[in-house]
Design a binder for this molecule. Structure first.
Ligand code: 5GP
Ligand code: ZN
Length: 120
């Protein structure tokens, strides 16, 4: 998709703080994070939403979320997670993405560069 923001991020045409990548998925820090380490996992192939994505890719995204939660727990010492995925009117970017949102009992605000350094 030529005009898709997340396709451009995956290609590297738009910069992002990448935290994980494999053949199927790309994960990067949300530009407007709800907490330190708020990450978006996107399939490299363009799917619009939950209705569009195939089960195999969806399952791989869930497995990636579990892996990422382990990394975030270890590196950022978070205490819990919310996984979220928007569809329809509430979906701002029309390229499927899973939000991985860490929670902290006591949050220390850090800038994205610091978070990214910790996650490298
Ligand atoms: P949605 O409402 O579609 O589930 O959420 C889209 C998310 O993408 C939002 O949390 C928003 O902050 C994030 N976002 C939008 N544009 C950019 C961008 O250019 N770079 C990054 N890293 N995140 C973005
Ligand atoms: Zn796309």
């Amino acid at each position: 998709m030529n005009d898709c923001l997340f396709c451009k991020i995956i290609k590297g045409d738009i910069p992002s703080f990448k935290v994980y990548e494999d053949d199927m998925v790309f994960a990067f820090l949300d530009i407007n994070p709800k907490s330190n380490g708020h990450t978006l996992i996107v399939p490299k192939k363009h799917f619009k939403d939950i209705h569009d994505i195939d089960s195999n890719t969806l399952n791989h995204i869930i497995e990636t979320a579990k892996k990422l939660m382990g990394i975030l727990e270890e590196k950022l010492a978070c205490d819990g997670f919310t996984l979220a995925q928007n569809n329809g009117e509430v979906q701002e970017v029309k390229h499927f993405h899973l939000h991985v949102i860490p929670h902290y009992s006591e949050e220390q605000v850090k800038n994205p560069e610091e978070i990214w350094e910790l996650l490298k």
